[in-house]
Ligand binder design. Sequence first.
Ligand code: FCB
Length: 470
Amino acid sequence: MSAVGDLRKGLNDGQRLSFGVASASYQIEGAPDADGKGPSIWDTFTRVPGAIDDDSDGSVACASYPDPEPDIDLVVGLGVAHYRFSIAWPRILPDGYGAVQKRGLDYYDRLVDGLLERGIDPMATLYHWDLPQALEDRGGWLVRETAECFADYAMVVHDRLADRVRVWATHNEPWCAAYLGYGSGRHAPGRQVGPEAHRAAHHLLLSHGLAAERMHAAGADTVGIVLNLTPVWPDSAEAAAVADGVDAIRNRVWLGPLVDGEYDAGTLRVAPALADAELVRPGDLDLVRGSADWLGVNYYTPARVDVAQPDPGPGVDEVADVGGDAEVAAFPGVEDFRFTPRHPRTHIDWEISPDGLEELLVATHRRTRLPLVVTENGAAFDDLALLPDGTVDDADRIDYLRTHLAAIDAARDSGADVRSYVLWTLMDNFEWSHGYTKHFGLVSVDRSDLSRTPKRSYHWVRGIIDERAP
Ligand code: FCB
């Protein structure tokens, strides 16, 4: 225990919904070489020509590493209870394993203290996609060794921060890490190895299980995992089989092991690699079963699917990038399907459907019986409307948040044990393959001098939190 005593709060008791706001290391920190940090796969991937829509990278981002104080001020001003941030593995272990870089740990130590001093409870995510490049060079998530290294890394961070951080997530959206990283190649490391991507999925789950086991043994009691689950809606009678395949890869490949300790038969049909005894070794799935004390659900948009049509004909609008990620190549084993998002949509072409969130939370509650946190939800809009003082007048974002908050309230009324609503995201940042072209922030960031200006939605959120305070 540190000199400040046990300041850890953890999740609330579920009587009321609490609020938080989220960020991720690579999207905001910048300073890729500071304090002995090693390169991550995103430092490498952003240099590949054409990988990022505006040819940008996260080397400056929001400069949160050089100075996190302005971020903390904004979190405090928003009135939320939690700040969900992620830790950059290559700042802690520049090679992914072995030597610990104390200066990297010191940064998160100061961030946690800065939050606690101002009454904000930290929610730490150990992996939001910035794998040390040195581990990718050894095979990345396609090899088992990476899972073992992850558990060692998790313990280094846990040992340093657990006296002040109670709520931990091992992974953020392992579906993206596995299937965008190694399936479609839209995300780092940008590999396209088809069904081999299922190996990455298993190793990510295994790494969660290995880390959770050791963290629990060290006294942790609020270790979770954050999944981008989605309702999958077939758009025609013929689409039942492809909908089942998409549901398997997006939802059941994760929930099966976490809840039942197995990959179900439908999942093995689309992902036969997961039946390979060399990959899934005795004990792996037992380790994962029951390993999460809580579950994070990131939700932006539902997945509507239909069978592929060689010539969709006039009026059918083809969208390659739904949910930021739902390219067909990111679903190896699911043959001949397409996504059919409807309107209205956000600026990133994701269908807006608060009903999808309500349905998902109720279904996930029934399936898992775990305390749930909506760990991400928010919307990209072009943010062109301005008030006379120059503030972004993002009525569309306010509308999105209002209707999704109502969906969470409705899910809670139906018995879903949702503890907290964590918004994506504090400020406009590096939006992965979209670079700086998509704005999800409650605060705008001027790219020329990084000055921050709260949008109207920021003030609206503050008002809602105040209104709901006991
Ligand atoms: C999620 C990611 C997050 C952000 C939002 C828009 O998939 O976890 O980092 O990019 O989408």
